[in-house]
Design a binder for this molecule. Structure first.
Ligand code: DAH
Length: 355
């Protein structure tokens, strides 16, 4: 038996009995490292005749292969064993009480989403969701938005590919499309979520939140829309009466379209919602355009309805007296502690929304 063969035998034994990864790492460098037995054996090639070399090299290579296979099999075994031991050792008793925890706060945006969902669920709306990364069809085309519409401009929309086919949704309206395409009318849904536009100042952030509403059924008219929004605004601001006006507007996906303003006044530097002679725009709405219904496989001769889109952040600012939108997304724990809500105080229509 040659010296090399003896070593091979020894190392095979060493691999077999190795108990942990650190032993295996050491063995690995003794075999395969720069000064390992394989390399040292290869160095002998220089002193051999061309004929001898061929056999000699083939022999080292097959030994190397054999050792590598043995080695990786053993490493896997040891690794599995170590993981299992670790998992067994790290059992956590989740029934033990937490020793020193701090109660976190619910962000005002999450609170407002919960409040709004609560209000709409009371009158039969269910909650839908859609993805932040949307396709161009759902975000624009299906919503009857013409090819040259300014909203499609690079300045407003974050496109995710060169072909401008994938984007970050610019509004929650594509959830209307998704909902109608996957079901059959009637539809009565709201869809809160994140939306994105390339815009940033005191009242705009590149990511913001909207809430979409859609009600499609037989014989739904603008009166239903008005009644629904009136109910919502009063419930949301927790007041008996509210001054509200519908102003004609234009959206490609609704006809007719309107924007809704609510009345307010400022008293002692505080904003009083629902009365006064100033107006504040809070949402866009209208009767869903027949083209949108057709694109979503709904027959506009049988079904119609209304849709609306609300800026959630703005409502949160108004209701809770927060005046810089950017502070919402700065993740400042002191801010959250001040403006946040108790996680155990879930809003309900019966116990009160924000108390
Ligand atoms: N998607 C519109 C926007 O982001 C808001 C909107 C307006 C939504 C009218 C609607 C609607 O559903 O009917 O500005």
């Amino acid at each position: 038996m040659s010296e090399f063969e003896k070593k091979l035998f020894e190392f095979k034994e060493k691999i077999k009995v190795a108990k942990n990864l650190s032993e295996l790492t050491k063995i690995s460098s003794e075999i395969f490292g720069k000064n390992g037995i394989i390399n040292l054996e290869f160095k002998k090639l220089g002193s051999l005749s061309p004929d001898e070399r061929k056999n000699f090299a083939a022999n080292i290579n097959s030994s190397k292969k054999e050792l590598s296979e043995l080695f990786s099999k053993k490493s896997n075994e040891v690794l599995d064993k170590e993981i299992i031991e670790k998992v067994n050792k790290e059992k956590i008793d989740i029934t033990l009480p937490e020793k020193d925890f701090e109660i976190g706060k619910v962000h005002p945006v999450s609170q407002v989403i919960d409040e709004i969902s609560c209000i709409f669920s009371e009158i039969g709306f269910s909650v839908e969701e859609g993805p932040d990364v949307e396709n161009e069809y759902n975000n624009f085309t299906a919503l009857n938005t013409p090819e040259n519409h300014p909203a499609k401009d690079m300045h407003d929309t974050f496109y995710l590919d060169q072909d401008m086919k994938t984007l970050l949704r610019t509004h929650t309206s594509p959830v209307q499309v998704r909902t109608m395409l996957k079901g059959r009318p009637p539809f009565k849904i709201i869809a809160p979520g994140r939306t994105y536009r390339s815009d940033s100042d005191q009242t705009h952030t590149p990511m913001f939140h909207q809430l979409e509403g859609l009600h499609i059924d037989k014989d739904i008219n603008m009166g239903h829309l008005k009644g629904c929004l009136n109910y919502f605004i009063k419930a949301f601001f927790e007041v008996e009466k509210i001054k509200m006006r519908f102003r004609p507007s234009h959206f490609p996906f609704t006809e007719p379209s309107a924007e809704v303003d609510i009345g307010y006044r400022i008293e002692n530097n505080k904003i009083i919602i629902g009365e006064g002679d100033k107006w504040l725009e809070i949402l866009g709405c209208g009767m869903v355009h027949p083209n949108v219904l057709k694109n979503c496989k709904v027959d506009p001769n049988k079904f119609q309805g209304f849709a609306f889109g609300i800026g959630i952040d703005r409502l949160a600012m108004l209701k809770y007296g927060i005046n810089d939108l950017r502070s919402f997304f700065e993740c400042d724990y002191r801010w959250l502690n001040h403006y946040g809500f108790d996680p155990l105080d879930v809003p309900t229509n019966y116990r009160g929304l924000s108390r």
